[in-house]
Design a protein around this ligand. Structure first.
Ligand code: DOR
Ligand code: ZN
Length: 343
C-alpha cells in the first residue's frame, strides 16, 4: 500500500467550542495533531489570561485517555483590552497569540474591534512583548460585497498595520484570495497566513451546486476558481509563510441547515486527509510536511514535533454526522469517500 509519513502536524487555527460540543469535536483533532491554536470566540469571549487558563483546563479534560495533545491558547482582542493584559499573556506559558475580529465580521465577533486605528496602542504592546496578532481579515460594512471583504480589509487596514508595526508578527488567518496571497508573499518575514482545506478544495460554485449547500458556508466565504488556484499554489510552494490552519468551526447541524445558517465548516474529522487530497491533485505531496508540520511551529517559535503520522492510500468514508442526537454536527464532505486515510 502506498503511504506517506510526516512529522506529527499541528493545526494553527481551530474552533473547538466548549461543553458538549468540545467533547464531541476535540478527539478528532487530538488524534491527528500534536498542538492547535485555539480560537477564543466563545460566548462570552476569552479576553483574559485567567479565562484562557480556565478554558485550557476544560480542553485538557476533554482529551481522550492516551492521546497526547497540547492546546495553544489565544486571547480575544477588544477595545477594552489593556496593555497589562497583553504583557501578562506574553509572559505566561500557555497563551500564544491574540486574535483580532473586526466587530460583526463572523461568528461571536460582536465584542470585536469596531475602530481599528483606536487599538494601535495594543498592537504596539503586542509588538513590544513579541506576541503574535492573528487577524480575521474582512471589512464589515454592509456596502462592501461579501466576496470583496478580504481584499478591502488588506487595502484599508492590514497594509497600514504592517507599515506601522514592522516587528509585529501577524498571521492573516484563512486567506481566500489571490490578493491576500500576494500581500503575504511580498510582506516581510513577520507576516504569514493559514489556509483551510475547504479553500484549497472548493471554489464558490460549491455553495450553490444544485441547491444551497450550508456545509460549504464559512467566512471568509469561498471565492472564484482563480483565487482557489492561487491558494493551492501558495500552500504547495514550500514558502514557509503559508501553513496549515483548518479553521474547523463546528456548529450543530440544525443551526447550519436552516433559513439563516451559521458560518463554519467542521473539517476536523478528516483534516489531514483533506489536505493530502488537495496536495496530491497538483502532484505536491512532497510539500505537505513543511506546510503541516514545520512552518507554523517555526513562525510561532515553538519546537517542531517529534513523532510521526502515516497516511495510507486507502479509501474510507467521512461519517454522515458526528456526535449524539443533541450535539449532532455534520462534517465537511459528510458521507463522501476520501482516498487517503490516517493510520
Ligand atoms: O466560518 C467561520 N466560522 N469563520 C469564522 O471566522 C468563525 C467561525 C466560527 O467560529 O464558527
Ligand atoms: Zn476561525
Amino acid at each position: 500500500m502506498k503511504t506517506i509519513t510526516l512529522t506529527r502536524p499541528d493545526d494553527w487555527h481551530i474552533h473547538v467550542r466548549n461543553g458538549a460540543v468540545l467533547k464531541t469535536v476535540l478527539p478528532h483533532t487530538a488524534r491527528q495533531f500534536a498542538r492547535a491554536i485555539i480560537m477564543p470566540n466563545l460566548k462570552p469571549p476569552v479576553t483574559t489570561v485567567a479565562q484562557a487558563l480556565v478554558y485550557r483546563e476544560e480542553i485538557l479534560q476533554a482529551i481522550p485517555d492516551g492521546m497526547d495533545f497540547t492546546p495553544l491558547m489565544t486571547l480575544y482582542l477588544t477595545a477594552a483590552t489593556s496593555t497589562e493584559e497583553i504583557k501578562k499573556a506574553a509572559e505566561c506559558s500557555f497563551v500564544h497569540a491574540v486574535k483580532l475580529y473586526p466587530a460583526g465580521a463572523t461568528t461571536n465577533s460582536d465584542a470585536g474591534v469596531g475602530n481599528i486605528p483606536a487599538i494601535y496602542p495594543l498592537l504596539a504592546a503586542l509588538e513590544r512583548y513579541g506576541l503574535p496578532l492573528l487577524v480575521h481579515g474582512e471589512v464589515t460594512d454592509e456596502g462592501c460585497d461579501i466576496f470583496d471583504r478580504e481584499r478591502v480589509f488588506i487595502e484599508r487596514h492590514l497594509s497600514d498595520i504592517a507599515k506601522n508595526f514592522p516587528a509585529l508578527r501577524i498571521v492573516l488567518e484563512h486567506v481566500t484570495t489571490s490578493e491576500a496571497v500576494q500581500f503575504v508573499e511580498s510582506a516581510n518575514t513577520n507576516i504569514a497566513a493559514t489556509i483551510t482545506p475547504q479553500h484549497l478544495l472548493f471554489n464558490r460554485n460549491a455553495l450553490l451546486a444544485g441547491g444551497i449547500r450550508p456545509h460549504h458556508y464559512c467566512l471568509p466565504i469561498l471565492k472564484r476558481e482563480q483565487h482557489r488556484l492561487a491558494l493551492v499554489a501558495a500552500a504547495t510552494s514550500g514558502n514557509p509563510k503559508f501553513f496549515l490552519g483548518t479553521d474547523s468551526a463546528p456548529h450543530l447541524t440544525a443551526l447550519k441547515e436552516t433559513a439563516c445558517g451559521c458560518a463554519g465548516c467542521f473539517s476536523a474529522p478528516a483534516a489531514l486527509e483533506l489536505y493530502a487530497e488537495a496536495f496530491e491533485k497538483v502532484g505536491a505531496l512532497d510539500k505537505l510536511e513543511g506546510f503541516a508540520s514545520f512552518y507554523g511551529a517555526d513562525f510561532y517559535r515553538l519546537p517542531r514535533n517529534s513523532g510521526s503520522v502515516t497516511l495510507a492510500k486507502s479509501e474510507w468514508q467521512i461519517p454522515a454526522v458526528c456526535g449524539e442526537d443533541d450535539v449532532a454536527i455534520t462534517p465537511l464532505k459528510a458521507g463522501e469517500t476520501l482516498s487517503w486515510k490516517l493510520l
